[in-house]
Design a protein around this ligand. Structure first.
Ligand SMILES: Cc1cc2nc3c(=O)[nH]c(=O)nc-3n(C[C@H](O)[C@H](O)[C@H](O)COP(=O)(O)OP(=O)(O)OC[C@H]3O[C@@H](n4cnc5c(N)ncnc54)[C@H](O)[C@@H]3O)c2cc1C
Ligand code: SF4
Length: 525
């Protein structure tokens, strides 16, 4: 028999980006909060600036088999342990554009969010003050309305300067990257050293990961964070009207039940859908919160492509943060792509480079080895510049998470992913690769090349919407079917935009948590 624990107001599944925001806001308002995290406990002092060490932040991907024609890159995009993927994320935090929320309204295709940008704006403004974003709002001509950033922009090294020259030569605009890291000391935290180790987790707390901003606030307010606690099911009352808590397993395999007045799933996109599908009952035969049949559907990633070039200048490509120095959103118009593809694109320019590993200099030329690779590295270590284009994905119902026949060690079916990059995504990729090479050549590159396509960020699977037949959650990320069940993270997004997801998921988590507090008597009754 599982061990029954003392009931709490809120149990949150996952101690990553979204879970940390819910935990802080709800605990600070006086709710009793328990956060269950499948991975190990991490502190800032556990983080080492080493690519080899950093692999342990990434290895524990969700339990996934990929059954579709394309990969959604689950291992690259996921994280495990207190802090989640957000512990080793790169802190590029642009806002969604206004049109990203109303694509169906404007263009008669894709989906609409259940609210417009204006309803999320105040949460973006609040979050940017809390985490400390560096940037220059006035220099981002594409930015939707919002307060100026609390901190001046990030460093621009020779790398950024040279690549910006290429954009300018082609009449394209660049602006300082809005980054959730500190260009100056802020709220007692250290500023960035520009040493480019963000991918291994920033050990000095300059980058706003959950370990430095929201989890300490949550713990100070009394929230308990329990690591090595793998949640396998959300439990439902016999009536099926409400959830009653979660079942989880400790690292020694002991089964526990954590009863709670409300449950918030923040276990990242794939795992949230997997948990709901695995939490069916006689009242919810197709999985919990799934009366629409849409749990797991509309899975998205950002098709992305890196381009690199060799320059005569010493590019100082080792300097800066991994998320880059400059952005360009000139290709954000949904119908501006020369190929006719629908969707927007974002350039993230001049990331700090390391010699090796997945995003390193050597990996830009997987086709060469031996003496040629040696000569290339001698040259590229000083003279390579690079940038990455992030393209919008289409929300397609056939791209989905299901339960596989294969089970994990707790007897829970693993997630089976069926994903195909859309025809639009492929065209945006191709345009980006060509445009990127042109920009680098215009910046003076003696040679320039595009890398293979990849997928960044994972969104959808538990989308919000106004119509309960066409979505899983309402505009507060509350289940249409079960009033005391909420979801956090990019899985709730109905559209992907072409910007990174973490600022928007923070704003959304704050919106949901504040909704929970304002409606507590109805939710918990
Ligand atoms: C290399 C990399 C770079 C990135 N760079 C950027 C960037 O520059 N800008 C940006 O906006 N975004 C970036 N991201 C994306 C960002 O990390 C995610 O958007 C964000 O972390 C998602 O938040 P989340 O709370 O949904 O998931 P996470 O932060 O991953 O947290 C989910 C947590 O749930 C836990 N969990 C999973 N299953 C269970 C279970 N069954 N029981 C208990 N716990 C469970 C996981 O272990 C994890 O700790 C990057 C991601 C990666 C991997
Ligand atoms: S570049 Fe800045 S934010 Fe990234 S790890 Fe180094 S100090 Fe931290």
């Amino acid at each position: 028999m599982p061990k029954q624990l003392e009931a709490v107001d809120v149990v949150i599944v996952g101690a990553g980006a979204a879970g940390s925001v819910f935990a802080a806001v709800l605990a600070e308002a006086g709710k009793s909060v328990v956060v269950l995290e499948r991975g190990r406990d991490f502190k800032l002092t556990d983080l080492y600036s080493s690519q080899i060490w950093a692999r342990r932040l990434k290895w524990a991907a969700p339990q996934v088999v990929e059954a579709g024609p394309d990969s959604i890159w689950p291992n690259f995009n996921s994280g495990s342990g207190v802090g989640g993927a957000a512990i080793h994320h790169y802190a590029l935090w642009p806002r969604y554009h206004e049109e990203d929320f109303i694509e169906h309204q404007l263009y008669g295709r894709s989906l609409d969010w259940p609210f417009e940008y204006a309803q999320l704006r105040r949460y973006y403004d609040q979050v940017q003050k809390e985490v400390g974003i560096s940037g220059d709002a006035a220099k981002e001509p594409w930015r939707p309305p919002g307060d100026p950033y609390p901190l001046p922009p990030v460093l621009v090294s020779k790398h950024g300067e040279v690549l910006a020259r290429g954009f300018a030569a082609l009449n394209m605009r660049t602006a300082p990257s809005p980054m959730a890291l500190l260009s100056r000391p802020y709220n007692g935290r250290n500023p960035c050293l520009w040493d480019g180790w963000c991918d291994a987790g920033c050990p000095i707390g300059a980058l706003a990961n959950p370990l430095v901003v929201y989890l300490p606030r949550a713990q100070k307010a009394g929230a308990r964070i329990i690591a090595n606690a793998a949640v396998t099911r959300v439990l439902t009352e016999d009536t099926g009207q409400k959830v009653s808590g979660v079942e989880y397993y400790t690292s020694s395999g002991e089964a526990m039940i954590q009863p709670a007045s409300s449950v918030v799933l923040c276990a990242f996109t794939i795992e949230n859908a997997r948990l709901l599908l695995n939490s069916g009952s006689s009242r919810h035969p197709n999985g919990l919160a799934n009366s629409s049949g849409l749990v797991g559907r509309y899975l998205m990633t950002h098709p992305s492509v890196s381009v690199a070039g060799l320059f005569k200048e010493d590019m100082q490509n080792y300097l800066g943060a991994t998320g880059g120095q400059l952005i360009c959103h000139d290709a954000f118009g949904k119908k501006s792509d020369p190929s006719g593809a629908f969707g927007s694109r974002q350039w993230a320019i001049a990331p700090a480079l390391k010699p090796n590993d997945l995003l390193g200099i050597a990996m830009t030329r997987p086709d060469i080895f031996g003496a040629r690779l040696h000569a290339f590295m001698l040259d590229a270590a000083r003279h390579m510049g690079s940038m990455v284009c992030i393209c919008e994905d289409e929300p397609l119902p056939e791209n989905r998470v299901e339960l596989a026949a294969q089970q994990d060690k707790y007897g829970m079916p693993v997630a089976s992913i069926r994903y195909r990059v859309s025809a639009n995504g492929k065209k945006l990729w191709a345009t980006a690769a060509q445009e990127g090479v042109k920009v680098l050549k215009a910046a003076g590159a003696r040679e320039a090349w595009a890398g293979p396509p990849a997928g960044q960020h994972i969104m959808g699977g538990t989308i919000m919407g106004l119509d309960r037949k066409k979505s899983v959650l309402n505009g507060a990320a509350q289940s249409h079917d079960v009033k005391n069940l909420f979801v956090g993270g990019p899985g709730v997004f109905p559209t992907s935009s072409a910007v990174n997801s973490t600022f928007t998921l923070h704003a959304m988590a704050r919106k949901s948590a504040e909704f929970m507090l304002a409606n507590w008597s109805r939710i918990a009754a």
